[in-house]
Design a protein around this ligand. Structure first.
Ligand code: CA
Length: 219
């Protein structure tokens, strides 16, 4: 897998490149400018993209890139920059990591986004997170070995999130997938079903809210 780190802070970039190499990513390049990525993206299987670049903002680079490529992109963002994260996810970023980026987390997210891209429709049948087990084929959920009774919609929410475990899923995508359409009343229903699902699972932290965007099923 060919990885590129697009980051103008040489110290941070060097640490990420070294850290990823140590974790088994054997081909890791470094670019400092956004425009360099736009002319070389075809050389890479996954991209780590900083938002604060010296020539063009990472967000604009992402917008341009998405016109020509669906290569997985993980955005690097400053702390508490929710707005930027949401814009990037909407513009087609696959995931994000907040700075200071921990290499372990970054490596895990790279694996998830590339696996997701390559798996396409080979979705998992069973997703396990801690003591929560979602059997997508049997349509059942167990917590600590005990079956949990979910409504149809609660299960649908669990299914869509668990299928993409570790990745951010937008509210709009959830609505489209579960209801086949989106509108304000469905949006309110979604909140209710997520609330119900969380209460029944009783595992705080399993379903992370990404404000202004959606949710992530963490593992
Ligand atoms: Ca930067």
């Amino acid at each position: 897998m060919r990885v590129v780190v697009v980051e103008d802070d040489a110290g941070l970039a060097g640490a990420l490149v070294d850290g990823l190499r140590i974790r088994g990513f054997d081909s890791v390049d470094h670019l400092s400018h956004g425009l360099d990525l736009l002319t070389s993206h075809e050389n890479y299987d996954v991209i780590i993209l900083d938002l604060g670049l010296p020539d063009v903002s990472g967000y604009l680079v992402l917008r341009q890139l998405r016109k020509v490529s669906s290569v997985p992109v993980v955005v690097l963002t400053a702390e508490n920059d929710e707005l930027a994260v949401v814009s990037c996810l909407r513009a087609g970023a696959d995931d994000y990591v907040v700075k200071p980026a921990r290499v372990n987390e970054l490596a895990a997210r790279l694996e998830v986004v590339t696996r997701r891209r390559h798996a396409d429709d080979r979705r998992p049948e069973v997703v396990v997170a801690g003591d929560v087990r979602v059997d997508l084929r049997a349509r059942s959920v167990e917590v600590a070995g005990l079956p949990i009774a979910l409504t149809q919609k609660e299960f649908a929410v669990a299914r869509v999130l668990a299928e993409r475990a570790g990745a951010a899923v937008g509210r709009e995508e959830l609505m489209e997938e579960i209801w086949g359409k989106k509108n304000p009343s469905i949006s309110r229903s979604l909140d209710v079903h997520v609330g119900g699902l969380r209460a029944k699972l009783n595992r705080p932290g399993l379903i992370t809210t990404i404000h202004g965007f959606g949710y992530r099923w963490d593992r």
